[in-house]
Design a protein around this ligand. Sequence first.
Ligand SMILES: [Zn+2]
Length: 414
Amino acid sequence: MRSRMSVRVSFLVVLSLLLCIASRSAMAADGPDLVLQGGKVYPSPAGNPIDNAVVLIRNGQITAVAKRSELKIPKSAQVIDCTGKVIVAGFWNSHVHFESGWEDVRHLPAEKAETHMQEMLTRWGFTTVWDLGSDPNNTLALRGRIEAAEIPGPQILMAGDIFPKGGHPVYLPAEMQLPEAASAQQAQEMAGQYLKMGLDGIKLFTGSFMGNKPVVNMDAAMVKAAVDVAHAQGKPVFAHPQNYAGVNNALAGGVDVLAHTIPTEGRYTEDELSHMKRQHTALIPTLTLWTTVVPDAATTDKLVAAGADELKSYFAEGGVILFGTDVGFQSKYDTTQEFAFMGRAMPWRDILASLTTQPSAFFKQAARGRVEKGVDADLVVLDADPASDVRNLARVMCTIRAGKIIYSSQGRLQ
Ligand SMILES: [Zn+2]
C-alpha cells in the first residue's frame, strides 16, 4: 500500500515537472509579442537616435532595441510598421485631475470611459499620470478598472488634497466639500489617512486663490507636518503655491514639487530659485492653464509670458522640470500649445526629458522613461520628429503601455 502510494506520488511529481518544462519551452518559443519596425528611436532625450530601428517587446518589457539589419524578427510577432515615424518613451503628465467626465466611474460603460481616456490622455501619449486631486474613492475605482484591463489607460498615481482652513478656492463650486486643515496636527492626521487609503502622495494648497479677496496661505508648520508624514513613507508632496508666500511656505516645509508657476507674481526671487535648487524641488509649469483663467487675451499673454520666464529661470538654474497641464481641471486636452510655450524656455530634448526621464527618476520608477532593453515597454510612436519642431511631441500615432497598445490613430490594433 505504502509503496504504491509513493510510486503514485513520484509519478505525479515527474508529471508536474514535465508539464512545467513543457509550458516554459512553449513560452520561450512564443517569440516577442510586439515589434515596432523601421522607426527612428530616441533611446533617451540626451542620446543619439537610432535610424531604421527595431524595438522588440515581450511580456510587457523591451527585450531588444537595435538597427533593423542587426535583428531577426520572429515570424509570430505582431509587427507595427513605423517607417518614417519616431519612437520615444511613454510620457508622464505629472498634473491631471479625473474630474469632469469621470463622475461615478464604477458605473461608466467601458467604451465611454475608453473614448474619454483617449480624448484626454492616451492620444497625447500619456502612459503615467499624477492625479493631483479628485474624489479619491472614485479615482481609485478608475485605477482598479484600468489595472483589471477593462479600460485601456495610463498608470495612475494619486495625491490627496489638503486645503488651509477658510481657503476654499473661488474657482471650485461652493457646495464642494473640501478637506480643510486648521492646524499642523490636523494636516498630519489627514496626510496619514490619505496614505492609509493607498494614495501615492499629498497635495497641499499652500496658497488658495480667493478672487478679489487676499490669497489664503497655509503656514509652514502645517506644511512641514504633512510633509513629515509623507516623507516617512517615501511619498512625495506637491504644492499649489499661488503666490510668493505659497512658494516660500512650501519650500520652508520641504515640499517636493511646485505644481504650477506663479505668473501673477511675475518672477521668482533669487532666494526662491536657489532654495528650490538646493532642495531639489521640481517645477510643473502648467503654462496652458494661464490661457484659461481670464477671458481677456492681453492679460492671458502676459500670464503665459511670466510663467514661461519663471520656467526659463529655474531651468537655467539646473532645476528639475516635470511636464504637466492640469488637464481634467482645464479642458484643453491638446498638448501642442504647452509644447510651444515650453519651447520658449527650454530646448526640445529637455522638454522630452520632462515627459520621460525626469519624472521616472524623480518619482523613483527606474524601469520607465527610456527605450532600452530591460525597461517597461511604455512607448509613444510619433508621426514626426520633435527635433524639427517641438510641437511634434503632440502628433501621436500610437501609445503603448507595458507592451499593450492603449491608443492608435489607426483604430484598434490589438
Ligand atoms: Zn490642478
